[in-house]
Design a protein around this ligand. Sequence first.
Ligand code: AMP
Length: 580
Amino acid sequence: MDPIVGIDLGTTNSEIAFIIDGNSTVITENDNGIVPSVVGLDADGKIIVGAEALNQAVIAPERTVQSVKRLMGTDQRIPMGDTTYLPQEISACILKALKERAERTLQQPIYKAVITVPAYFTDAQRQATREAGEIAGLNVVRIINEPTAASLAYESENAAAQTILIYDLGGGTFDVSVVRIENSVVEVLASTGDNHLGGDDFDKKILDVLTAYIQKDLSLNVSQNPVVMARLRRAAEKAKIALSFEPYARIEEDHIGKKLFRNIHLSYELSRSDFEKMIEDDLLRTMDSVSKALEDASLLPSAIDKIILVGGSTRIPRISHMLEEKFGQEPHGEIDPDLCVALGAAIQAGREMGLDSSSILLDITPYSFGTSALGEVDGIQTPYMYVPLIHRNTKLPTSRGEAFYTIYDNQAQVEVKVYQGEDPYALNNILLGKYMFDLTPSPVNSVIIVHFDLDINGILKVQATEKISGKKIEAVIENAISRFSEGEISRFKERVEEMWRPSEGDISQASGVQRSSGAAPADIEAVLTKALDKLDRAPEEDRDEMVNLMEDIQDAVSENRLDDARSFVSQLEEILFYIE
Ligand code: AMP
């Protein structure tokens, strides 16, 4: 049987995948398998494809073609060097480069492929894609829709009928589709989107902020310098990507210009929250498309069984939050969103080759890992709000940082607690470690960045950094994942539930608020809430003691030492008595 490859021929990037040892696998060559969909002619007039072509785009735009996918199905001729080309010819160059990549790795010639296209592609666009394949020496045995491929990547082994929403935000396009999948047969119920919205727009927004800053604060106009602009655009993209994992990113570029014979350097800090504000309107537009897709499919959000994230830009955490708010379920991104479509295309290619049970190898964390902070759980203010940093089903290795804030002026210490679990109330999760961090005296709301690094062996590295001084503490938790089996966890949970069943007269019940079980008894909780409320007004000399006592209470409660907890509560009440 001839080998058949699966190809995601994207607007910004393309990938090729194949079934190797029963697993759908993206073909890499000392890279991550992502090939920029860029074609160019080098200085000698030879065709170059991918990263090499992308690199010359700034210095030789007349010899470089990007985003050819947007022109597929048209007769528009595209200039490159001294000649013009049809979109099929340019696309064929990308396909040929991918084909050769596969041939080098698999050590055999490849003549057949399954290629994916957007669900909205017309017959003419699909035909042009087939022709591009033929020009590249590939017989396109099937053209499948991108959302279909993504659903196959996730659901090829699941026979049950499911309705799936695929949110696909790449570099230059946004698509949202609703599909019905049963026994690997996929029907697209609705598909909509925006042909000109993606990560490139987000880069541009950061770039605008940078050029405005350079103009205003460094008194330099760089907008007419294409090389500096290209460097800044890359730095903007790098910062954007970093902000998916960290709360702050520093953009540093040396020698962006000269003033009075002195070199000017750029150093600019961007926070995730500022970046999120910049792109909020764009993301709201994508959510309008999500609503439209549901409407077109005549479905309510509750009818969606699963949400799948596709496209590199879906790593922006705000997107998952927005979808979770709308659907009440966490979207899935455990299959690399850049590679998901190619992996699904290869599964389809495997089928065409008569292989029925291909799957995708994944190393994911089965649990979430997080810390606790002051916040609301079920409408009640608590110091034990669970803040997951690494969400369950995240592909490993992974790392994530989040910003937290001190709660009063000159706070002397903070205890960083590390939990494993899913409950919004931290005490219902499993405490893996706690680390005291001595802080430098600084005003309220000073930033502490907590950073988790989880590797494939379940080793969790924890780091807390005081932003103002750079001072840090570090810890390593071995076996963070395999420490407890699922059975043990549910046993722990049952035990906690039994112990902490709310007593009669529990304030949470009286107010009709649903509280998760496992909370501190109502009388203790009430004192803690009061203490939190008064903390801001407390004289400075009392604050540290209050926080220490609150932490002692929390520890005593979590270790079921209720007598101790109550004795700490009395000490705390004595202090509270004197605070208005
Ligand atoms: P795609 O076309 O699916 O390959 O997506 C490419 C886009 O995803 C580019 O705009 C990238 O800058 C963007 N991207 C990749 N990784 C991340 C990330 N971690 N956070 C935000 N955007 C990303």
